[in-house]
Design a protein around this ligand. Structure first.
Ligand SMILES: Nc1ncnc2c1ncn2[C@@H]1O[C@H](COP(=O)(O)OP(=O)(O)OP(=O)(O)O)[C@@H](O)[C@H]1O
Length: 229
């Protein structure tokens, strides 16, 4: 099966004190397959967020390439890259990033509307029912639990039917029960809906559910056998 996302030879340095550079990514390769959940763990400062930002086209590497399907995103201009991100990628963050003055429904449809499109009502209804938030559409985000807010963020990411869903510490702000439910949901999105799911997480409950588990140490990415977590 062809990877949805393929990164090869990624290298990235960031500026550090005294004119030095810190190596955040050191020759990193990554292949993400449809229908699989890939989890990236590793200590703080090891380069996980830098890797996610680059494979998601939010930052550019110093060297190496990233392909989304057969498009090399590292070769695209900013406008084309932004369009590709809007249409083919979904994002979920630790802090939910919902707009508190908008209803749940308006939050979910916002990315599609910003892209000049409208949500088909039956698609929206089916999605929110699947995510168990169908009766919350008229509420405001602050009227929901953390777990419910994160499901809204997942619905917002999925409404565009992305090729790949990126999640950066998605259970970081949730209690253990809500975190376990969100891990179940991410697995189901990969296994039942066929999305490619890429998660950066410190959470052992998420790592234990990975089809492919990677550990980042000092800018290098290592494959780990998920059975051994
Ligand atoms: N914008 C930046 N400017 C300078 N240095 C940066 C920048 N972003 C990251 N770094 C440095 O690059 C290295 C990798 O950081 P990164 O945020 O990718 O790690 P991480 O594994 O995601 O950490 P955490 O788990 O704490 O979020 C660290 O040494 C960090 O201090």
């Amino acid at each position: 099966m062809l990877p949805v996302v393929r990164a090869s030879g990624l290298r990235k340095t960031h500026p550090a004190a005294g004119g030095e550079r810190v190596v955040a990514l050191d020759d990193v390769d990554l292949a993400v397959l449809p229908g699989e959940i890939s989890v990236i763990t590793g200590p703080s400062g090891s380069g996980k967020s830098t890797l996610l930002q680059i494979v998601a086209g939010l930052d550019r590497p110093d060297a190496g390439t990233v392909h989304l399907g057969d498009v090399e995103i590292t070769g695209l201009g900013d406008r084309r890259l932004a369009e590709l991100r809007r249409r083919r990628m979904g994002f979920v963050f630790q802090s939910f990033n919902l707009i508190d003055s908008l209803s749940v429904r308006d939050n979910i449809v916002l990315p599609l509307e910003l892209d000049g499109r409208t949500a088909a009502p039956d698609v929206l209804t089916r999605l929110v029912e699947e995510l168990g938030i169908g009766d919350l559409l008229d509420r405001l985000p602050h009227q929901l639990s953390g777990g419910q807010q994160q499901r809204v963020a997942v619905a917002r990411a999925l409404l565009v039917d992305p090729d790949v869903l990126f999640a950066d510490e998605p259970t970081g702000a949730l209690d253990p029960d809500a975190a376990a439910q969100l891990a179940d949901l991410l697995v189901a999105l990969a296994h039942e809906r066929g999305h490619a799911v890429v998660v950066v997480s410190h959470d052992p409950a998420v790592a234990a559910r990975a089809d492919r588990l990677h550990r980042m140490v000092a800018g290098r990415l290592y494959a780990v056998d998920p059975e051994r977590v």
